[in-house]
Each structure stands twice: as structure tokens, then as C-alpha cells.
Design a protein around this ligand. Structure first.
Ligand SMILES: [Cu+2]
Length: 173
């Protein structure tokens, strides 16, 4: 079962390969400060999905403002059965996606940008199409900071950045 899911994810991620690789141009203010202000999460968005699309992806910027390293290990959401952390890297001129099964370490002062054609949060077995203009809740799970809930705005299928009108959100602990 697990390998089936991974294969589905791989197929869909493969469709990202045709997207142009561009620099991220927007640097808006942080949308969210969470975990005693340790993490700053901004530029959050997911792309709309076609009907019956098995997967989706969430993108965001994640920075560790604290003094201890932490690790984003996984997540949960009502819109998908599983949430995985995926990377995409260029190998021999071919983009390859793989699941980071241990998640990703975020060192103090480090910013990780999850973006199209790069690091992304994969939604496996999407339960209903993600509709542009709607939002859903994603709970990120950190090894030390625990769960951090974020609102994810859904943008157009080909969009490469968060909506300009994204409401700043705050989550206190
Ligand atoms: Cu993926």
C-alpha cells in the first residue's frame, strides 16, 4: 500500500517537471508566528487540483527564529489521507522527487522555502478537489514544537506564489 501511494505521488509530481523553474519573487510579511514565536511561517499556499486528482501540494516559507534546532516531521489535514514532506532535486538534468521520511531539520536562523519544483508538502489521496479561493487547515507536526495549525489558501493551478490578499494569521501557544 505504501509503495502504491508513493508511486501515485511520483506520477503526479512528475507533472511538475514541465513547469519552468523560476525565482520566487514575492517576499511578503510573515503570515504566522507559532510555537512561542519560534517558527515564522509565511507565503502559504496550495494549488487548486483537478477533479479526481490523487495528490496536491502545499508551499510555504518556514523559518526557525528560536535557538534550538527542530524538525518538521509530517502533518495532517482533513482534505487528504496522508501528508508527506517531499524534495525535488536535479540529478543528471532530470528533476527527481523523493519523500523525506525523517522530515526536514530546521536549524536556528534557517529559512526553508517550500516552492513549486522544490521542497514541498505533499497531500496524498486528496479527498475532494482543492478549489481556488477556498482555504483548508493543515496541521504541521514538529519533533519538539509539536503541532502548528495553519490556514492554507488555495490558488490557481499554475500559480507560483501565495495570494496577495492573504490574511495575516497568528497562533499563540
Ligand atoms: Cu511530491
Amino acid at each position: 500500500m505504501k509503495s502504491n501511494l508513493n508511486r501515485i505521488a511520483l506520477l503526479v509530481c512528475g507533472s511538475l517537471l514541465s513547469m519552468p523553474i523560476g525565482a520566487q519573487e514575492n517576499q511578503s510579511s510573515p503570515d504566522l508566528t507559532a510555537g512561542d514565536g519560534v517558527f515564522e511561517i509565511s507565503d502559504i499556499f496550495a494549488r487548486a487540483t483537478l477533479p479526481n486528482a490523487p495528490t496536491g501540494a502545499v508551499y510555504l516559507s518556514l523559518s526557525n527564529m528560536g535557538e534550538e534546532p527542530d524538525r518538521l516531521v509530517s502533518g495532517t489535514t482533513s482534505v487528504a489521507k496522508d501528508v508527506q514532506i517531499h524534495s525535488m532535486t536535479m540529478k543528471d538534468d532530470v528533476m527527481q522527487m523523493r519523500q523525506l521520511v525523517d522530515g526536514i531539520e530546521i536549524a536556528p536562523g534557517e529559512i526553508h522555502t517550500f516552492e513549486p519544483s522544490g521542497l514541498h508538502i505533499m497531500l496524498i489521496e486528496v479527498q475532494q478537489p482543492l478549489i481556488e479561493g477556498e482555504t483548508f487547515i493543515l496541521t504541521l507536526e514538529f519533533e519538539h514544537s509539536g503541532e502548528i495549525e495553519i490556514d492554507v489558501p488555495i490558488v490557481g493551478i499554475g500559480a507560483r506564489s501565495a495570494p496577495d490578499s492573504a490574511e495575516p494569521a497568528r497562533s499563540g501557544q
